[in-house]
Design a protein around this ligand. Structure first.
Ligand code: AFP
Length: 330
């Protein structure tokens, strides 16, 4: 089986970008090891701190974030990093060209129950126009030069794109290498599997409420076929399933907290996952706009997400076009 670096070389990925990706994977191998140690590593449970998202930080959130941040900045190839666990960006080498936005441990509420979690990353270049500080990161998802995630499940898998399709690699712990296991990922255009947190039903806007209601009506309903539901409470695990066998994943805006109607973060969750989904032949939208066309206004901004099998996402977007209503996220 092919190792990662020869594959990236064959794709003519710039050497410095390969080095940044490889550094991320070195940190990921350490995170994988600590996760698979479980409580033996002494890093389960929560800290007494909250991150900028207002979420209690798990010990492994903090450890993973420090590992990735320090290792990336030590390469001298990274101009700055933006992390879910950092209030502001962290500056690196002022002459470097790469920017890395990342969620060090997505799905961290699953850590203490031994559920799947993952690291999500999005890599961009410092923009040509003069930009400083966090403004450097405020680029559309179309500007990403690489994006992916490492899923720490029964096996640790890297799923990544550099714009030439999506490949999957599996960590061979015996040699410490990510080996190519899926040459080209293609999402089936249709599906009978959806992923949404149904507990929020009463807080959704009318289009998504009607869309889900019709899914649940099954064969007797307007869709004329039965659907099944899955929910991992970890975007990285749910999107991985979609990439493997199709499906639609959605975290819509809701009215639980109108100050914060959306849950998922644009820069280091929605954009990297959208890049993967589109490169694998799927669609990724807010329900109204293509996610990778959005012009970010701040690094931790949140966005509603509908992504996966192209035809099913199109059907869902049809409900948003037909049912006019006030938007929580506008
Ligand atoms: P955590 O990293 O705080 O567990 O959040 C994970 C996440 O951002 C995303 O990965 C999941 O799809 C979503 O939240 C789960 O949200 P619910 O807890 O509302 O199901």
């Amino acid at each position: 089986m092919q190792r990662l670096i020869p594959v990236l070389n064959k794709d003519h990925v710039p050497l410095h970008l390969i080095s940044v990706i490889n550094t991320l994977l070195t940190a990921a191998k350490e995170i994988s090891h600590r996760l698979h140690q479980g409580s033996l590593a002494g890093t389960l449970g929560s800290t007494l701190d909250e991150n900028i998202q207002g979420e209690t930080q798990k010990k492994l959130d903090v450890v993973s974030n420090q590992l990735i941040k320090n290792m990336l900045l030590e390469t001298n190839l990274v101009r700055a990093v933006a992390s879910e666990e950092e209030d502001d960006i962290v500056e690196g080498n002022p002459d470097a060209k790469y920017l890395v936005a990342y969620d060090p441990l997505d799905g961290s509420s699953n850590i203490d129950i031994n559920g799947s979690v993952g690291t999500i990353f999005s890599i961009m270049e410092v923009p040509d126009h003069a930009a400083e500080g966090k403004d450097m990161f405020l680029q559309t998802g179309d500007e990403q030069v690489a994006a992916g995630y490492i899923l720490y499940g029964p096996s640790s898998m890297l799923v990544m794109t550099t714009g030439q399709g999506v490949r999957m690699y599996t960590l061979d712990h015996s040699v410490g290498e990510f080996l190519l296991t899926v040459e080209q990922v293609t999402i089936p255009k249709d599906t009978q599997e959806f992923a949404i947190n149904m507990a929020n039903d009463r807080f959704w806007a009318p289009p998504i409420k009607k869309y889900v209601k019709d899914l649940l009506a099954g064969e007797e309903g307007p869709r004329g076929k039965r659907f099944n539901m899955r929910w991992n409470a970890a975007m990285v695990a749910d999107v991985h399933r979609v990439l493997c066998r199709g499906g639609i994943f959605t975290y819509p805006a809701d009215c639980r907290n109108l100050q914060k109607p959306c849950k998922l973060r644009l820069m280091y969750e929605a954009n990297p996952m959208s890049y993967l989904v589109e490169q694998a032949g799927g669609r990724a939208s807010t329900g109204y706009e293509r996610i990778m066309s959005l012009q970010p206004t701040e690094i931790h901004q949140r966005v509603s997400v509908v992504m996966g099998s192209a035809n099913e996402v199109s059907t869902c977007l049809g409900y948003h076009e037909e049912i006019k209503c006030d938007r929580f996220d506008a």
